[in-house]
Design a protein. Structure first.
Length: 191
């Protein structure tokens, strides 16, 4: 079992906690959400939360894992592709799929300072981000390539959480995002 499949094996109780914590984090931010708020939303005591998770940070990591685990697996699949171009296409397709599938988490990952910091201090998450960045950049580390890669990464997450697309069904959103980001990938491939 890969280490990224941890999230798949959460108990039903832990999964419920993670789901409810995600809703609260999305509404109030990580820093604005207390363990007491999570307990109240679940209708349990704070002690019951501590029985499942040792700290709020463990809950944040479990929420983040719901997206980062599959992105690690997607990065490994992309890395196995024979060309830089195919690596990029494989990764961006997975990024689009995950962002659409996890709209709430994508927005939270992109805008919450606590989670942004987690990406720099949590070894596994920072490794996954470095792997995705390297796959997108390939051998080209010019300013234009870095800006284009950053635009790909941020535009996907920002788009799925934008109120203008809230009523668009997942398949339409996925196709539109893929069409637009695919153009940026093609530009990156020409650099």
């Amino acid at each position: 079992m890969s280490r990224s499949s941890k999230a798949e094996f959460l108990t039903a109780t832990k999964s419920r906690t993670v789901h409810n914590a995600l809703e609260l984090f999305s509404a109030h931010g990580v820093s604005g959400t207390s363990l007491q708020m999570i307990a109240e939303k679940l209708g349990v005591t704070k002690a019951a939360i501590y029985h499942q998770f040792k700290s709020k940070e463990e809950i944040v990591i479990a929420v983040t894992e719901t997206v980062m685990g599959p992105l690690e697996e997607a990065s490994l699949r992309a890395e196995a592709q024979p060309t830089v171009s195919k690596k990029r296409l494989s990764l961006v397709e997975a990024l689009v799929d995950q962002a659409v599938k996890h709209r709430k988490v994508a927005g939270l990952l992109q805008r919450d300072p606590y989670i942004g910091n987690l990406f720099t201090v949590h070894d596994r998450f920072s490794h996954i981000m470095e792997m995705m960045n390297a796959l997108l950049l390939g051998p080209n580390n010019t300013a234009e390539a870095r800006v284009t890669a950053a635009l790909i990464l941020t535009s996907i997450g920002a788009t799925v959480m934008h109120p203008m697309v809230a009523d668009i069904d997942d398949e339409t959103l996925r196709q539109q995002l893929w069409d637009l980001t695919g153009g940026l990938v093609r530009k990156l491939n020409k650099l």
